[in-house]
Design a protein around this ligand. Structure first.
Ligand code: KIV
Ligand code: ZN
Length: 385
């Protein structure tokens, strides 16, 4: 019954882990103030869950989790990561948090080399830790770390064990990003079947550049929560990026997400500024070139109707359309660009300006609007508004 409800529901929860898995990336160390600023932005953005940190990992993480809870805990679910050990769970509880994300690995390689535990011991630990957290009144999300390299039968046993112990949600991490969409769809379909109506979540890493595609496949298979980070920051090649997952779910598949999409660009820039990690120029949705056009044919199309070469409008995600000038530019784009600057030229004058712009671009110069204006003034000797 519950199962049918979730799988048929079109609502997908966005679980943001920028402040936990994102911050785990080498070179990213946020101060408490910076973490709080990002948490406030995420709350405004409208994510469903903010993973504030790993309270047992350090004093700073503990204090930051408490502060984030204080600042945004009334607006959004705040959760803390914890190993499946009592000391970690106790430390997480001490922050005053209501939700905990308990994890223990399930793959053979992690059992043998990291945990040095048997499968039976891991199942016992899952049951005990989830039960312990539930007995302390917490909302519990359980993750079988390295789920996608876990023997399938054992993974399903781990999921069932967590649910029997009272887990409210089970998250399936593709810890080293080895899934592809068809395989992940198949796996998540099987997990959903044994989940007894509980929410299944997905957490995809981007080692093969497939984190967004795999997250979407997970949702299509019945997952109703996705772990993401702003700009896709995270360990190695990063995590599924919030902006890509949100827009793909909403625009390509018609799922409901609570995120205010017009705040995506400003959120991306804030995280980039505070982490010091630049947003790639070609990044989907929030990159500088995501709505950039130079070629004459494209610019002409976009001027007539932006949908000719834009699948969504830049305003919808808070980004900007950028018309560039260069050797691929055409008359229509130049005319519009100069007209926006208050310069109206004859067709002959425009052709002359375009010729000069192309010649300048051929030298490797990045032609700016100011360059175009200067050339236009020279060519026409017109007065500019
Ligand atoms: O990638 C991963 O497995 C994780 C877990 C802690 C959920 O980040
Ligand atoms: Zn992760």
């Amino acid at each position: 019954m519950g199962c049918l409800f979730f799988v048929n529901s079109k609502k997908v929860r966005i679980f943001d882990t920028t402040l936990r898995d994102g911050e785990q990336a080498p070179g990213i160390d946020l101060t408490m103030e910076q973490k709080v600023r990002i948490a406030k932005q995420l709350a405004d953005l409208g994510v469903d869950v903010i993973e504030a940190g790993f309270p047992a990992a350090s004093e700073g993480e503990f204090e930051a989790t408490k502060k984030i809870l204080d600042e945004v805990g009334d607006k959004v679910e705040v959760i803390g990561l914890s190993r499946a050990v009592k000391q970690d769970i106790d430390r997480t509880i001490d922050t005053g948090i209501a939700s905990i994300h308990v994890f223990i690995a399930t793959s053979d390689i992690h059992l043998k080399y990291k945990l040095k535990m048997t499968k039976e011991q891991v199942l016992e630990r899952i049951y005990e830790s989830v039960r312990y957290a539930k007995d302390h009144g917490l909302i519990v999300e359980y993750s079988p770390e390295d789920a996608t390299r876990t023997d399938e039968e054992f993974l399903l046993k781990a999921v069932k064990t967590a649910i029997e112990a009272g887990a409210d949600r089970v998250n399936i991490p593709d810890t080293v990003g080895v899934m592809h969409p068809f395989k992940f769809y198949d796996l998540i379909s099987k997990v959903v079947k044994v989940a007894d109506g509980k929410i299944i979540s997905v957490h995809c890493h981007n080692d093969f550049g497939l984190a967004t595609a795999n997250s979407i496949a997970g949702v299509m298979a019945g997952a109703r929560q996705v772990h993401v980070t702003v700009n896709g920051i995270g360990e190695r090649a990063g995590n599924a990026s919030l902006e890509e997952v949100v827009m793909a779910l909403k625009k390509l598949l018609g799922y409901e997400v609570g995120v205010k999409t017009y705040k995506l660009y400003e959120t991306s820039r804030l995280v980039s500024e505070l982490t010091g990690v630049p947003v790639p120029y070609f990044k989907a949705i929030v990159g500088e070139n995501a709505f950039g056009h130079e070629s004459g044919i494209h610019v002409h199309g976009v001027i007539e109707n932006p949908l000719t070469y834009e699948p969504i409008s830049p305003e919808e995600v808070g980004n900007f359309r950028r018309i560039a000038l260069g050797k691929h530019s055409g008359i229509h784009g130049l005319k519009k660009l100069l007209s926006d600057q208050g310069i109206e030229l004859t067709d002959d004058e425009l052709r002359e300006v375009l010729k000069e712009i192309k010649a300048l671009a051929e030298t490797g110069h990045k032609v700016t609007v100011d360059d175009a204006k200067a050339i236009a003034i020279k060519v026409s000797s017109k007065k500019i508004n």
